[in-house]
Structure formats: structure tokens, C-alpha cells
Ligand binder design. Structure first.
Ligand SMILES: Cc1cccc(C)c1Nc1c(-c2c(F)cccc2F)nc2cccc(C)n12
Length: 233
């Protein structure tokens, strides 16, 4: 049985990614604000728009910290960011739910989301995904690496030099695979289950696009950053 261990450079890469992932955390005061008073659906939506905007800002900063990302063709950098924004923000907000929160905290957050005027058709798949992520009990290293792997998906629309993206994604996948073997020795399929979540994530792109359209018809306002990253109005 081969002894699995991370090489020195793999340990350095992992530390870099984890530090970048933790450095840009969502300001916790949003969540506190969400819990404070009773909000109307419109106030809830406004708050979630702020949270979404902050998540996209955090995503851009994290992406820029991925080794080699800023050396990619600039148009490919944009294509990767726009192509992965939904998946990365869903992953990020899934961690918020699965994090060890004081009991009842996540339920209250869930209630606010359910009371922001979003149709049940979108809420169900969203919370199914959050549940499937929290059941994995991912370590923070796995969360950070899985997010980096998601961002560095070579076959996003409009990516010109896919090989250059593969060259960045492969070492991340190697570290993630070894990490899963080290952290879950009794679960040889754990790495495969993690990658299976990425397939589930892709289905959420469709729901998110529909949510945006339904919000637009309800004449909801977005921030310039959200309009830019998700091509609305
Ligand atoms: C921040 C948040 C967290 C959980 C649930 C919801 C509905 C939100 N809100 C939004 C999301 C979004 C996201 F950022 C991560 C996950 C799923 C998402 F629906 N995207 C957008 C885009 C424009 C406006 C909003 C309100 N919004």
C-alpha cells in the first residue's frame, strides 16, 4: 500500500490556497444583521444582495491569489471568473451553513432566505445542495482546494487556452486527492464523492440564471458587480 504524503511544494501550495480562502471571509456582521430583526421580503432580498455582492468580491480576491492565475491570458481570467462565479459562491455559502454554528443559527438564516420572495423551485435545489455539502464534513483545506479546482475548470465558455488552465488545475487536484486520502483513510471513495458535488454544482448554474431573471421581472435592483459578473441588464 503506497504511503500517501504531500511533498514540500504541495504543502506550500495548500497553505497558500487555505490562507487565501480564509483571508477573504464574508464579514460575519451580515449574518448577524440577517438574524436581528424581523425583515420584510424586500429587506431580506436587499440584505441577500449585499451578501451576494460581498461573496463575489471575496471570490475575485481569492481567485487572484491562486498561483499562476494572473499569468493567464486576461480574457481567459474573466471567462474563468464569470464561468465559476455561481458555483464558487454556492460553495462558499454552503460552508456558511455547514460551519459549526451555534444551534438554530443556520435555521434562522434559512428562514430569512425562504422569506426573501424566492420561488420554492429554486429554494429546494439550493438547500439540497447545502445539505449534501454539510454531510461531507469537509475540512477547510478541502473546501479551499475544491473552490480553487472549481474556478480552474478548463472547459468554461469562451476559454481560449484550455491547456494553460489544465496545467493550473492538475496540481490542485493532486493535492486534493492526497488530502482526501490522508484525512479520510477509511473512506477511499471520499475524493470521488467530492468531485461528484462539482457535477451537482453545475446544475445550480441553471437555477441561478432563472432566479436572476425572476428577480429582474419583480423589478429587483442588483449591484454593478453582480450585473457585471452575471450579465444582468
Ligand atoms: C447570497 C445568497 C445566499 C443564499 C441564498 C441566496 C438567494 C442568496 N442571494 C443571492 C445569490 C446567491 C449566492 F450569492 C450564493 C448562493 C445562492 C444564491 F442564490 N446570488 C444572488 C444574485 C443577486 C441577488 C441575490 C440576492 N443573490
Amino acid at each position: 500500500k503506497e504511503k500517501v504524503e504531500l511533498t514540500k511544494e504541495q504543502q506550500a501550495l495548500m497553505k497558500l490556497i487555505v490562507d487565501a480562502y480564509n483571508k477573504h471571509q464574508i464579514p460575519q456582521d451580515f449574518a448577524k444583521k440577517l438574524l436581528q430583526e424581523q425583515y420584510s421580503a424586500d429587506e431580506n432580498f436587499l440584505l441577500l444582495t449585499e451578501v451576494a455582492t460581498s461573496q463575489v468580491q471575496v471570490l475575485v480576491e481569492f481567485t487572484k491569489s491562486i498561483p499562476g492565475f494572473l499569468s493567464l491570458d486576461h480574457e481567459d481570467q474573466i471567462a474563468l471568473l464569470k464561468g465559476s462565479a455561481v458555483e464558487a459562491t454556492y460553495l462558499r455559502s454552503a460552508q456558511v451553513f455547514s460551519k459549526k454554528m451555534p444551534t438554530g443559527y443556520a435555521q434562522l438564516l434559512e428562514e430569512r432566505i425562504r422569506k426573501s420572495g424566492i420561488s420554492q423551485d429554486f429554494i429546494t435545489p439550493m438547500f439540497n445542495f447545502y445539505k449534501s455539502i454539510s454531510e461531507l464534513h469537509m475540512a477547510q483545506e478541502e473546501q479551499a482546494l475544491l473552490t480553487a479546482v472549481t474556478i480552474l475548470t478548463p472547459d468554461r465558455p469562451y476559454v481560449k487556452d484550455q491547456q494553460a488552465v489544465e496545467r493550473l488545475q492538475e496540481p490542485m487536484l493532486d493535492v486534493l486527492r492526497k488530502l482526501c486520502a490522508l484525512q479520510h483513510p477509511q473512506e477511499p471513495q471520499y475524493f470521488a464523492r467530492l468531485l461528484g458535488r462539482l457535477t451537482e454544482l453545475r446544475t445550480l448554474n441553471h437555477f441561478h440564471a432563472e432566479m436572476l431573471t425572476s428577480w429582474r421581472t419583480d423589478d429587483h435592483k442588483f449591484t454593478p458587480l453582480l450585473c457585471e459578473i452575471w450579465d444582468v441588464q
